[in-house]
Design a protein around this ligand. Structure first.
Ligand SMILES: [Fe+2]
Length: 364
């Protein structure tokens, strides 16, 4: 018997209790197989959308950059949330939403370089959004775009990837709520019904958006794995859509960085270690490498707690020492706001290390 919430997050691969090493280093992660030939297991898929369109007006970020980026962060997170909520609600009623507003949001989002780090921090640490399949999809979208950037996707493919990942679990929304909102455990029959969601999503997206076949393919393949261990078709390697490979991997990362009834929430680098140790044959080497270098690090602007209990904001990350960023300390070991904030480099202070993420201070 499996609980639905756990299923949604873990794709029915029930995770063992996770051993936690603190502090760790990504240098020590197992090296994996030889690099795959060509482009790391990706099929060479050309983007199929013309993304030309209007660019939204820019606000002035100079006067109050903190307020500006805080408002952008909320704005884009909510935009993606609402787009998906609306598309799902309409799909339930047999109505196909026009995707142009979502395309425009995605395009505008990708034009703001700084936003991706801020959104990463939001996806990882914010408790202001519900722990449901819509937020799960928004978070996966942010992580996928980071991976896509690292594997040098051109902007057109990042935009397609963003759309495809946001809609990848739409099949879940088309399964009767009596099942998806069931509080208790699921029987094997119910679990089998839930496992139909990639096919349900595929059928819907294929019909609804025939001009964007990558949407349906991503939904269909998101639970397929490189070594053939996935479902529904047990596909392998290049038979799996490249966007689906990315969403499959970040899906696991998203699950591991959220608390579950049988384990605590993992820090980003612990989640990455966990995936590398257990699932390295399930994903192409190129995207695993991108996961290590982009998602192991503490996101810039996020808040973390030190072993002294002090809380600081990540202000700088040296890629060579991703687990030892520079912090601006905002509260002391007793949880009291420091009289004057100061910077501390964990690289230069070996006795200090991060024990977890922290909530941002309440806005005045
Ligand atoms: Fe799924």
């Amino acid at each position: 018997m499996v609980k639905l919430a756990d299923f949604i997050k873990l794709d029915a691969e029930i995770r063992k209790k996770t051993h936690i090493d603190l502090p760790g280093s990504i240098e020590n992660l197992p090296d994996g197989e030889e690099r795959e030939a060509g482009n790391g297991g990706f099929a060479d898929v050309k983007p199929s959308i013309n993304w030309d369109g209007e660019v939204e007006d820019e606000l002035d970020a100079e006067q109050d950059p903190d307020a500006y980026w805080a408002s952008k962060r909320k704005d884009y997170y909510r935009r993606f949330f609402r787009h998906l909520e609306e598309i799902t609600a309409s799909a339930k009623n047999g109505v196909v939403e026009d995707l142009n507003p979502l395309k425009e949001s995605m395009k505008a989002f990708l034009q703001k370089n700084e936003l991706i780090d801020i959104m990463y921090s939001t996806a990882l640490t914010s408790k202001e959004y519900p722990d449901n399949v819509i937020c799960h999809s928004v978070n996966c979208t942010i992580y996928s775009i980071m991976v896509g950037m690292k594997v040098n996707f051109p902007i057109e493919k990042l935009q397609e990837l963003g759309l495809a990942v946001l809609l990848h679990d739409i099949g879940m929304g088309l399964i009767p709520e009596s099942l998806t909102e069931k509080k208790g455990s699921l029987s094997h029959t119910e679990l089998a019904e839930i496992r139909k969601h990639p096919v349900i999503g595929y059928n819907f997206l294929k019909k609804a958006y025939p001009d964007m076949p990558f949407l349906a393919l991503t939904a269909h393949h998101e639970h397929e794995r490189e070594d053939g261990s996935g479902y529904p078709q047990g596909l392998r390697g290049n038979a799996i859509s490249e966007y689906a490979k990315i969403v499959g991997m970040v899906d696991s990362f998203e699950a591991l960085t959220h608390k579950r009834s049988y384990r605590k929430q993992l820090l980003p680098f612990q989640a990455v270690q966990n995936i590398i140790q257990r699932d390295k044959k399930k994903f192409p080497r190129a995207i695993l490498k991108a996961l290590i270098s982009r998602l192991s690090v503490y996101p810039k602007f996020s808040y973390v707690q030190l072993n002294t209990q002090a809380i600081g904001q990540v202000i700088d990350v040296d890629e060579r020492f991703p687990l030892r960023p520079t912090l601006r300390i905002i509260s002391d070991s007793k949880g009291e706001k420091v009289a004057e904030e100061y910077n501390i480099s964990l690289k230069d202070n070996p006795l200090l290390y991060i024990i977890g993420s922290a909530e941002p201070p309440a806005e005045p």
